[in-house]
Design a protein around this ligand. Structure first.
Ligand SMILES: CC(C)(COP(=O)(O)OP(=O)(O)OC[C@H]1O[C@@H](n2cnc3c(N)ncnc32)[C@H](O)[C@@H]1OP(=O)(O)O)[C@@H](O)C(=O)NCCC(=O)NCCS
Length: 146
């Protein structure tokens, strides 16, 4: 949540929404996390005390997947982490025999739009004034899985 709060253009969920999202009876989701590698000398086991650099959340709405959120920490941007998270989602979605991944993004979010377009997403629609604070159109993207 603290990572997401650092990024104005990320999707913002309340703690309750995150908790509900991860309840076993809720919609199937994939959560992918990028963590900073710990120095061997730290003596910590994998996962303990590590620092999360980014994450992706997607939900399965069979036969498609919706990318709900993707955030990389400001200090870790421009190193290909988002590209790796997105490619991992596409690979995982293919394994579920799904047909497509779709998402929406703020019109002005040039970094994210470039990321999606390079990954083969096509613009399929626009929702006028979909976002608030500030008000802005949402651009809908879809990537078919072949
Ligand atoms: C969008 C975001 C996830 C990109 O993360 P990142 O790890 O820096 O991205 P990558 O290093 O993997 O870059 C992959 C591609 O994204 C695009 N991109 C990333 N940063 C960019 C920038 N500042 N300007 C333009 N394009 C950019 C480029 O196409 C890049 O490909 P390239 O390296 O061949 O130029 C990150 O900026 C972020 O967390 N933003 C705030 C949250 C957000 O807006 N999430 C999207 C919600 S829909």
């Amino acid at each position: 949540m603290s990572l997401e709060r650092e990024s104005a253009t990320a999707g913002h969920w309340t703690e309750k929404q995150y908790r509900q999202a991860f309840r076993s009876e809720s919609t199937a989701r994939i959560v992918l996390v990028s963590e900073a590698a710990l120095p061997r000398a730290s003596g910590l086991k994998s996962g303990a005390g590590s620092s999360i650099l980014g994450f992706l959340v997607a939900q399965h709405l069979a036969p498609e997947w919706e990318l709900e959120n993707l955030v990389v920490a400001p200090r870790a941007r421009g190193r290909g982490l988002a590209k790796r998270l997105l490619n991992a989602l596409l690979a995982a979605a293919k394994k579920t025999n799904s047909t497509a991944v779709f998402l929406e993004v703020r019109d002005s979010n040039a970094a994210a739009r470039s990321l999606y377009e390079k990954a083969g997403f096509k613009q399929v629609g626009r929702r006028y004034s979909y976002y608030t604070s500030p008000s802005e159109d949402a651009i809908l993207y879809r990537r078919t899985l072949d």
